[in-house]
Design a protein around this ligand. Structure first.
Ligand SMILES: NC(=O)c1ccc[n+]([C@@H]2O[C@H](COP(=O)([O-])OP(=O)(O)OC[C@H]3O[C@@H](n4cnc5c(N)ncnc54)[C@H](OP(=O)(O)O)[C@@H]3O)[C@@H](O)[C@H]2O)c1
Length: 267
């Protein structure tokens, strides 16, 4: 299937690791040019090395929590590759604590995933071709209880609301706006959960991994390439009639209650 992405120009935020890196790689393999925006020089250098065989990838170091961050990322993409065909709002990061999130934790996430995504969209609208695409990444905490994470639930819900707003606002320009909603996905964040479960439960890493995997109805974390494939599909002409959608890729976690999981009997 030809996705029609050859020569198209994309901005991917948080494209140096996990889901963002997998998305960047898939877009490059489909022939697109990709400008990746991320916060640290370290993650940029690592991603640059991993994508060394792709001359059409470039990077900008920018803090997307900063008021001018979104504009800086968009400007870097346009200066490097020209007008945009697609934007992927994916950057995320929050401190994990063991208590109710304090005000600083709320602000950290809100500034990045709500104000930051909004700033990227606003700056991109001046340079996004009519018929282009915006995909934002939320997470299943918007749809089900996630202990100690009301800020993650609220912020991911806001990401989905932003998508619906811009999907409606931009139909006149045929710019499609969609959300992809990952469940537990095998990125650095998953490895962090394994480490915490290991330390808290006093179990080995293999047992901790099995415990976490048993909370995913399909029995394993989602692979970042599976989320990337959904993002790239929604960024392509194959989804030309899809806008305002919220597409869940979670191994069944939203529709299967914990009490119906195969592991529930042994808890
Ligand atoms: N992984 C999961 O299980 C899961 C589940 C639900 C939803 N999601 C969502 O999926 C998306 C990707 O998750 P992931 O696990 O792949 O992420 P990740 O591995 O934590 O990577 C986050 C990316 O965002 C960048 N970033 C963080 N803070 C930034 C800032 N202030 N300015 C610019 N860039 C920043 C990071 O760059 P640096 O490394 O340079 O900081 C990195 O490239 C996120 O929106 C996340 O909320 C993930």
């Amino acid at each position: 299937m030809d996705l029609g992405l050859r020569g198209k120009v994309f901005l991917v935020t948080g494209g140096t690791r996990g889901i963002g890196l997998a998305t960047t790689r898939t877009l490059l393999e489909e022939g697109a040019d990709v400008l990746v925006a991320a916060r640290t020089a370290h993650s940029i250098e690592r991603a640059r090395a991993e994508l060394a065989e792709h001359p059409r990838a470039d990077f900008v170091q920018v803090d997307l929590r900063a008021p001018e961050g979104g504009r800086r990322a968009v400007t870097a993409a346009v200066e490097r590759f020209g007008p945009l065909d697609g934007v992927v709002n994916n950057a995320s990061g929050f401190s994990i604590d063991h208590g109710h999130p304090d005000r600083a934790a709320w602000l950290e996430l809100f500034e990045l995933k709500v104000l930051g995504y909004e700033a990227v969209i606003q700056a991109a609208l001046e340079h996004l071709r009519d018929g282009g695409s915006i995909v934002s990444i939320s997470g299943i905490a918007s749809m089900r209880y996630w202990p100690l994470s009301p800020h993650v639930s609220a912020v991911n819900s806001a990401v989905e609301a932003l998508t619906r707003h811009y999907a409606a606002a931009l139909v006149g320009r045929r710019i499609r706006v969609n959300t992809v909603v990952p469940g537990t996905t095998a990125t650095d964040r998953y490895e962090g959960r394994v480490e915490r479960a290991r330390a808290q439960g006093g179990v080995d890493a293999e047992t901790a991994r099995k415990l976490i995997d048993s909370t995913v109805p399909l029995g394993r974390p989602v692979d970042p390439t599976e989320i990337a494939a959904t993002i790239v599909y929604l960024s392509s002409r194959l989804s030309a009639s899809t806008t305002g959608a919220t597409v869940v890729v979670d191994g069944g976690a939203v529709v299967v209650p914990d009490s119906a999981l195969p592991s529930a009997g042994s808890r």
